[in-house]
Design a protein around this ligand. Structure first.
Ligand code: WQD
Length: 338
C-alpha cells in the first residue's frame, strides 16, 4: 500500500518513514528540502534496506500537487509533516507561514477529496493549548489564542481538516498533537539536524556537550514549578513515529469512530529543564555548562499530556524513558560531529 509522507526528510518525518517501511508500507516522500537534506534518504535506506521514492516539490505549487496525485492514484494515505515550524521566524514573517502551512494543506486535502476513500494524518502540536489551565492536558482542554503565527497555523489546520471532514465522509483524518519530540534513531543513521543555533532545548544541550556551543542558557528558574524551571513532556521521536503508523492503520482498517479524531501524543510525564540537564549528565557522564538567564518571552510554565485517549482509544503508548531518549540524542550528536 502506497503512503505519501510530506516533509518526510525532516526530523519526525524521516523516523516515521522508517516505521512505515518496517510495517511493509510503500512510501513516497515529498519534501522541498528547505529545512532538510536529501542525504536523509540514504540514512533511511541504511536502516530499512529500502530507499523511499522521493520527489522534491514545493507543495505551495497547486499544479504540481494536482499532477502528483494524478500520477499516483494508488496513494491511499497521507501523513502530512511539511510545514515551516520556527516559532520566532513565524512572528517576523507571518504570511510566509500562512502561505506555506495553510496553502499546502488545502491543496493536499482538495486532492484527497477526489478519492473514494482517503486517510490523512496531520502533524499538530500541543502548542494549540497555550498554557493549559489543568495538568495533565486532555484533548478537550480549550484551544487557546495562539502565541505565534506558527501555532495559529496548527490551530487553523485542525479547523480546516475538521470542517472538510464534516462534508467529506470519504475523508478520514487524525490530528496528532505532539508534545516535545527529542532523540534520534538508535542506529544513529538519522536524527535531528537543526539548522544554525538550535532553538530547542535538547539539541542545544547535546551541541554544548560536544563543545559546539559554549554553554546552555536556561531561560528562567523563577517559574512556579518544583525547581523553578519550565516543565515539558519530552517524547522519544521513535515512539512518536510509531504513533503515526498506529493512527494510519486505525484509519485504513476503518476502526475510527468519527472521521476526524484528535490525540495527544506524549509520555504523560512532565520533566523540568534541570531534570533534562541531569538526564544528559547521567547518560553522557559529562558535566554540562549552563547559566540561568531571563525567561524567554512566550514560554509557558508547564505542559504535559494526559495520554488516556492515546493509550486506550488509539492503542498506542510511549515505551522509552527520558534517559533512553537522551542517550539516543547524545549518541547521534557524537556521531555527526565525529
Ligand atoms: C523547552 C524548554 C525553554 C532552549 C517548541 C515549540 C513547539 C513545539 C515543541 C513544534 C522551555 C527551555 C530551551 C534553551 C532553555 N514545536 N529552553 N534553553 O518551546 O516547549 O516547544 O518545540 O510543534 O511549537 O515552541 O520547546 O525545546 O524550545 O523549550 O532553557 O536554549 O526548554 O524555556 O522551557 P518548547 P523548547
Amino acid at each position: 500500500m502506497k503512503i505519501l509522507v510530506t516533509g518526510g526528510l525532516g526530523f519526525i518525518g524521516s523516523h516515521t518513514v522508517v516505521e512505515l517501511q518496517n510495517k511493509g508500507f510503500e512510501v513516497v516522500i515529498i519534501d522541498d528540502c528547505s529545512n532538510a537534506d536529501e542525504n536523509v534518504l540514504g540514512g533511511i535506506e541504511r536502516i530499512t534496506g529500502e530507499k523511499p521514492i522521493f520527489e522534491k516539490m514545493d507543495l505551495k505549487d497547486k499544479e504540481k500537487v494536482e499532477c502528483f496525485f494524478q500520477n499516483n492514484p494508488d496513494v491511499e494515505g497521507v501523513i502530512h509533516f511539511a510545514a515551516s515550524k520556527a516559532v520566532g521566524e513565524s512572528v517576523e514573517k507571518p504570511l510566509l507561514y500562512y502561505e506555506n502551512n495553510i496553502g499546502s494543506l488545502v491543496y493536499i486535502l482538495k486532492e484527497l477529496n477526489k478519492k473514494n476513500k482517503a486517510s490523512f494524518i496531520f502533524s499538530s502540536s500541543c502548542t494549540v493549548y497555550g498554557q493549559a489551565d489543568k495538568m495533565p492536558i486532555t484533548e478537550n482542554a480549550p484551544v487557546k489564542e495562539a502565541e505565534s503565527p506558527y501555532g495559529n497555523t496548527k490551530q487553523m489546520g485542525e479547523e480546516i481538516i475538521r470542517d472538510t471532514c464534516k462534508v467529506s465522509p470519504s475523508l478520514n483524518a487524525i490530528a496528532l498533537r505532539y508534545f516535545n519530540p527529542m532523540g534520534a534513531h538508535p542506529s544513529t543513521e538519522i536524527g535531528e539536524l537543526p539548522i544554525g543555533v538550535p532553538q530547542n532545548l535538547v539539541p542545544f544541550i547535546t551541541q554544548t556537550g560536544v563543545g559546539l556551543r559554549e554553554e546552555l542558557s536556561v531561560f528562567g528558574d523563577d517559574y512556579p514549578t518544583k525547581d523553578g524551571t519550565c516543565i515539558r513532556d519530552y517524547i522519544y521521536v521513535v515512539d512518536l513515529a510509531k504513533a503515526h503508523v498506529v493512527a494510519l492503520e486505525r484509519l485504513l482498517a476503518g476502526k475510527n469512530s468519527e472521521n476526524y479524531e484528535v490525540f495527544n501524543v506524549g509520555t504523560g510525564k512532565g520533566s523540568s529543564v534541570l531534570e533534562v540537564i541531569n538526564s544528559f549528565e547521567k547518560v553522557s557522564g559529562k558535566k554540562l555548562k549552563y547559566k540561568i538567564v531571563d525567561r524567554r518571552p512566550g514560554d509557558i510554565t508547564s505542559a504535559y499530556a494526559d495520554t488516556t485517549r492515546a493509550n486506550e482509544v488509539l492503542g498506542w503508548k510511549s515505551q522509552y524513558s527520558l534517559d533512553e531518549a537522551m542517550k539516543s540524542a547524545w549518541d547521534w550528536e557524537q556521531k555527526i560531529r565525529s
